[in-house]
Design a protein around this ligand. Structure first.
Ligand code: UDP
Ligand code: MG
Length: 323
């Protein structure tokens, strides 16, 4: 034994795993969630931190989080927004505060079982950059599942990353991916899709899904529509392309109609006072108008993309001396 003075308390080891959880009025679920998380993560035997982000809750959530932090000061941290900024902004904030090499996100309502975390992390350790869960046995109503299916198909197309479940928030990310996400300054975004832009190897594994037992869903129909609209407009110009396509289609139909009327005039004679000819001309113009609108939309879309200021590229490795 050396007679060096030992520090009074060992500094906690730097966390390896950071779990980020958005919380909006979930007081009924937090205690059970905290306990199940602590049990699962302790069993994994790697240093971890749990970061709760209170997204402007108006119930007792913050007091419960304060309690949890007092009980497990080394492992549980909490941030509080002063108002409701939305689930994805809460995750952004959690990512910015996180210190681990592996980030895991999940919902606070116990619909995503915390016990699935070791499987996600194990998959990540196989060399993937992000691992998503897909809800094998999704316990939501058909009105929630059908639109999700549409979104999954469209998003898989427009981002070029085929995922079965873009909406599942039980996911794991490598530090490098989260660092890139942290550079994005956009105020409306969708984290799983954003992560796909920065991840090279993406995996998906089936995870369990439970019904929401306590509290109710924070997504009403309007909020859900807005989230999906953010997702579409944030990651593609697909909506405006559809308008452009419609414009071209209307104009073409108008031309075809005009051509038919011309043939009719030659072989049968003119139709009632040329009214339909006028319609044909009108259709062509309406179509061109719509196309014009879509072109303007396309430019606005591009301006929007610039304004978002996402990192335009991510350098994975450099050889030779780095600056
Ligand atoms: N949430 C949030 N801010 C919001 C809406 C939701 O932080 O504005 C959190 C909520 O507390 C939960 C997660 O996001 O942890 C998912 O929300 P919810 O379970 O209501 O969505 P659903 O499962 O119905 O899609
Ligand atoms: Mg839920």
């Amino acid at each position: 034994m050396s007679n060096q003075v030992l520090p009074v308390s060992e500094p906690a080891p730097a966390p390896e795993i950071s779990v980020v959880i958005p919380v909006f009025n979930e007081e009924e679920n937090l205690r059970e969630l905290g306990e199940r998380l602590i049990r699962t993560l302790t069993a994994m035997g790697r240093p971890y931190e749990i970061i709760f982000v209170d997204d402007g809750s108006t119930d007792g959530s913050w007091e419960l989080l304060t309690d949890l932090n007092r009980q497990y000061p080394q492992n549980i941290r909490a941030l509080q927004f002063h108002r409701n900024f939305g689930q994805h902004q809460a995750i952004f904030a959690g990512f910015q505060a996180s210190r681990g090499q592996v980030m895991v996100t999940l919902d606070a309502d116990l619909q995503n079982p915390p016990e699935e975390i070791p499987r996600l992390v194990a998959k990540l350790d196989e060399g993937f950059d992000t691992v998503g869960g897909w809800r094998e046995n999704r316990q939501d109503s058909i009105f929630r599942r059908l639109p999700s299916q549409l979104v999954n198909t469209v998003m898989s197309r427009v981002t070029g990353v085929k995922l079965r479940d873009y909406g599942c928030m039980l996911r794991a990310y490598r530090r490098s991916v989260v660092d890139s996400i942290n550079q994005c300054q956009e105020s409306s975004s969708f984290i799983p899709a954003l992560a796909n832009l920065f991840a090279q190897r993406v995996a998906e594994i089936p995870v369990g899904h439970a019904e929401r037992e306590r509290g109710k869903s924070k997504y009403g129909i309007i909020k859900l529509l807005r989230l999906n609209f953010d997702l579409m407009t944030g990651f593609s110009n697909l909506p405006i392309h559809l308008v452009g396509f419609m414009g071209v289609a209307i104009a073409c139909l108008g031309l075809l109609f005009g051509f038919m009327l011309l043939l009719r005039r030659i072989f049968v004679g003119p139709e009632v006072e040329g009214v339909f000819t006028l319609f044909a001309i009108l259709f062509v113009f309406v179509g061109l108008n719509t196309l014009g609108l879509a072109l303007i939309g396309e430019y606005v879309g591009r301006i929007y993309r610039e304004v978002r200021g996402r990192p335009r590229f991510v350098v994975r490795q450099t050889l030779g001396p780095e600056s």
